[in-house]
Design a protein around this ligand. Structure first.
Ligand code: HEM
Length: 307
């Protein structure tokens, strides 16, 4: 185990030096100053370089940090879950009996549409971030198109998903208790975990995917459509190119959070609890799992004579 960890850290260190060592920091005098207001025009390059309000920060982050952070966060999250799986392992619950019906066919279809969208969007996002390492060209261009197709699918699944889970995803007192015991995931034992239909971790993923999703769609659209004019920008003293830079910075940082939680969601639903995937296939969750992992929800169902 120690060896795997050292290997990952070593690889990360080498990669960090590789990026930081190669690229110079941009300095203010690198920007020529000439006019023109359209981004896509015969003076395109001059215009891009001319608007420097956010340009320097954007180039600095783009050159030095984004790839490094994406790489570090992804490897970090994967290592944490690998260690969790090897040291603590998955939770096992009895799957006898019919189980408790939790996800209607409508909810499952909406969920899988969103899942497909993310399966398209996240790997292709990584392909664009690491476009240089992949050699650029048609492969990365194709990734960009697939990224856009995935986004359209996400837009379609977004509203039904938001509406169907809005109420059960609202915060509750159980969430604080859940965080204090980290959802019972730090022990192999079955412990009674305070949670309603959804626990605090699931709620966090929902809100990041939904609210973060809107910001990702908006910032992504700004980068995709590029040459548009919003008169409101003038009032805030922002140029169009600056808006795209702010959009790119936001998209990258938020993208790291979304990607990290997406990996977390995959680990939780595929590995952390044995047989958890079944509920998104046939709609039924093991009664034993609900009794322990969603104890408040279980008590509520009992009280209402639903189980
Ligand atoms: C291949 C990708 C995905 C897989 C394998 C997957 C799997 C699952 C499974 C098995 C559950 C049921 C967990 C349970 O109730 O114990 C679930 C629930 C859920 N999924 Fe996914 N999912 C994926 C992608 C997504 C995406 C992209 C979103 C959001 C846009 C999403 C949002 C949710 C939410 C909000 C829930 C309910 C709360 C939770 O369990 O986190 N899922 N998913």
């Amino acid at each position: 185990m120690k060896k795997i960890l050292m290997l990952c850290l070593g690889f990360f260190g080498l990669y960090a030096r590789e990026i930081a060592g190669k690229v110079p920091l941009v300095s203010k005098d690198m920007a020529p100053h000439s006019g023109g207001d359209l981004l896509v025009s015969s003076q395109m390059i001059d215009n891009i370089l001319h608007y420097q309000t956010w340009g320097e920060l954007f180039v600095y982050l783009q050159v030095h940090w984004f790839r490094l952070l994406f790489f570090g966060i992804t490897v970090g999250v994967l290592v944490v879950f690998l260690l969790h799986y090897l040291i603590i392992g998955p939770k096992k619950f009895a799957h006898s009996g019919k189980g408790i019906f939790v996800y209607s066919i409508f909810k499952r279809v909406v969920h899988w549409a969103a899942a497909l969208a993310f399966v398209l969007v996240i790997p292709t996002g990584f392909m664009m971030i690491f476009g240089k390492e992949l050699g650029g060209g048609d492969l990365v261009l194709t990734a960009r198109y697939v990224h856009s197709i995935g986004t359209v699918l996400f837009i379609v699944s977004f509203i039904p998903m938001f509406l169907m889970w809005l109420i059960p995803m609202l915060p509750s007192f159980d969430d604080i208790k859940w965080f204090l015991m980290l959802g019972g995931y730090l022990t192999k034992k079955k412990v009674v975990v305070p949670a309603g239909q959804f626990n605090a971790g699931q709620k966090m993923w929902f809100w990041v995917a939904m609210l973060g999703g809107i910001v990702m769609i908006g910032s992504g659209a700004m980068m995709y459509f590029q040459d548009f004019h919003l008169s409101i920008l003038d009032r805030f003293g922002l140029d169009q190119i600056d808006l795209i830079r702010v959009a790119a910075i936001t998209h990258n940082f938020l993208g790291m959070a979304v990607a990290a939680l997406f990996i977390t969601h995959l680990y939780m639903s595929l590995f952390a609890i044995k047989g958890s995937l079944d509920s998104m296939i046939d709609g039924y969750k093991s009664e034993d799992e609900v009794r322990y992992m969603h104890s408040s929800f279980y008590k509520k169902l009992k009280k209402e004579d639903k189980i």
